[in-house]
Design a protein around this ligand. Structure first.
Ligand SMILES: Nc1ncnc2c1ncn2[C@@H]1O[C@H](COP(=O)(O)OP(=O)(O)O)[C@@H](O)[C@H]1O
Ligand SMILES: [Mg+2]
Length: 508
């Protein structure tokens, strides 16, 4: 080392002591790559003496080469050129080392020497790797989760959305996506309410929340029912640093629940109908005989020539009412399915057209427009035409009644090949069915119409007939704008080998 003329011996001494007390090996190299000396740690680490390194070239000692490295690869050359430190990291099997080359300037500001410090960074590197591994693992857990996961900073800015969350919220573009803030995930005001509940110790414990059913909003503004759990993430000092939420779409669960409810409803309705059917059949049978007598003798009496006008009028009433009873008895017999059935393979559209011809001229339909939206495809079902005519007439008359004789009735037919079902919808623009009546409309004798005008048997007969055809009937929609009844039938699939009658077996 050149002696600095202005440096005192003392100063020279402590500067060497500093160099010697560095905890990592260091060497001093001249610009021509000659080793000039090293600190104590260097000699200890590499088990070398001053004599063994002094005057040697760095490429001899460290790289076991006879010739210098290319100047664009040599770090010492870079330090001299840039007049600043350069470093690189080396890996010796399980050991990591960072080599930092720094310039030592002369009084003119040129690089007089270069120090090379060799720092063992194995521990730092292994911590870094562990951290990286842990981060990678957590990120894999998050991204492979079947639940939607969203995390946000304290201000609600979203900084993580796994792929399920992107799908659920309809945000496919990741960072450039439309969803940036937690408020966009919920209906207005809901995000704030969730934060309030999260902070409330009485709800799920502080910083934790589980909501079995709530609503979120996707980027198209559609509301989706989800199960949600949320948490506040606290830092080591207990301050709120972020929030996270996990969502599970309830679409499938709700669908299964609905189907189950529907099946239970259908089952209890069927049971009710079956026991009422037995009763109705018995009553109808018992009444039928005396009723035939009443009608017979009343008509005989009417034929007598010695009756005055008032007696004639009274007899007329007896006959009229007895005939009404007869038609009720007939309905009861149909309802109780005693009336036998004759099934053939028929086109649903033909039945619709036929039924409409039967009611076409009735006064009730004078101010009603009947629209047909019938499928162009073959809608084959295994059915008793007469009974289905009754079904349609009943439904269309009910529709007309609900509109007070003025409105539109639309009949729509279609099929869904995948589920082998044929559908018929009867839509009206009537007053709708009040919610509390929905569970009763298929019950025999349930009517909201004037007493004496209607029997309340129509829909229960319809229900029985549809059931007999292996189908289902329900109210698809009802409200102030009208009602839609939907009927589904098993589809008849014509088979080339077995002839055209290969229907779903449950229909037979
Ligand atoms: N399309 C409809 N719109 C509104 N209410 C209806 C409709 N169809 C049926 N209803 C309700 O269901 C009840 C039962 O119908 P139904 O069994 O045919 O008996 P009825 O027609 O003799 O009253 C009706 O009284 C009416 O309240
Ligand atoms: Mg009716």
């Amino acid at each position: 080392m050149k002696k600095d003329p202005e440096m005192s011996a003392d100063e020279m001494y402590w500067r060497i002591r500093v160099f010697d007390s560095l905890s990592y090996p260091s060497v001093i190299i001249s610009p021509d790559k000659t080793l000039l000396g090293a600190n104590k740690k260097f000699y200890e680490t590499f088990n070398l003496s001053f004599e063994e390194i002094f005057g040697k070239k760095c490429f001899n000692t460290f790289l076991y080469k006879d010739t210098p490295c290319n100047s664009d690869q040599c770090t010492i050359s870079k330090v001299i050129k840039d007049k600043k430190s350069h470093s690189f990291v080396l890996r010796h099997q399980y050991r990591w080392e960072e080599r930092v080359f720094s310039p030592i300037f002369d009084e003119n500001g040129d690089v007089a020497y270069v120090t090379a410090n060799m720092r063992d960074i194995t521990q730092t590197k292994s911590l870094e790797n562990q951290l990286h591994g842990a981060k990678e693992f957590i990120s894999r857990v998050i991204y492979s989760s079947a639940s939607a996961i969203v995390a946000a900073d304290r201000k609600g800015n979203i900084n993580l959305m796994n792929s399920v969350a992107k799908e659920l919220f309809g945000d496919y573009n990741g960072e450039e996506g439309k969803i940036k803030h937690t408020e966009q995930l919920y209906p207005p005001g809901k995000a704030k309410e969730i934060m309030r509940m999260l902070r409330d110790e009485k709800i799920g414990g502080k910083g934790k929340l589980l909501i079995p059913r709530t609503t979120i909003v996707n980027s198209h503004g559609e509301e989706i029912k989800v199960e949600m759990s949320a948490a506040i993430i606290y830092d080591e000092k207990g301050n709120e640093s972020a929030t996270m939420a996990i969502y599970n779409d309830l679409k499938d669960k709700i669908k299964v629940e609905k189907e189950l409810k529907m099946a239970q409803k259908q089952l209890s309705q069927s049971e009710k109908m079956a026991s009422l059917g037995q009763l109705a059949a018995g009553v109808a049978h018992e009444i039928n005989n005396p009723l035939t007598g009443v009608l017979f003798y009343a008509s005989l009496l009417l034929e007598r020539g010695d009756l005055d006008d008032s007696m004639r009028e009274d007899l007329g009433y007896i006959l009229e009412d007895a005939n009404r009873c007869k038609s009720i008895v007939k309905s009861l017999l149909v309802y109780s399915r005693r009336a036998g059935s004759q099934k053939n393979i028929v086109h649903l559209n033909d039945i619709v057209n036929q039924s409409l011809t039967l009611i076409r001229d009735q006064k009730k339909f004078r101010n009603i427009i009947i629209k047909k939206d019938l499928s162009d495809e073959m809608l084959l079902i295994h059915a008793d035409t007469n009974k289905l005519n009754q079904v349609l007439i009943n439904l269309v008359i009910n529709a007309a009644d609900s509109m007070d004789g003025l409105g539109i009735i639309t009949l729509t037919s279609y099929k869904e090949k995948a589920v082998k079902k044929v559908f018929l919808e009867i839509k009206d623009t009537g007053e709708g069915i009040p919610h509390e009546n929905l569970s009763k409309i298929f019950d025999p004798f349930f009517t909201t119409k004037e007493v004496g005008k209607s029997t309340g048997l129509g829909l229960s007969i319809v229900y029985g007939i549809i059931e007999e055809h292996g189908g289902k009937i329900s109210v698809k929609k009802t409200g102030s704008k009208g009602t839609i009844f939907i009927i589904e039938f098993p589809m008849c699939v014509p088979s080339e080998t077995k002839g055209p009658s290969l229907c779903n077996p449950q229909t037979d």
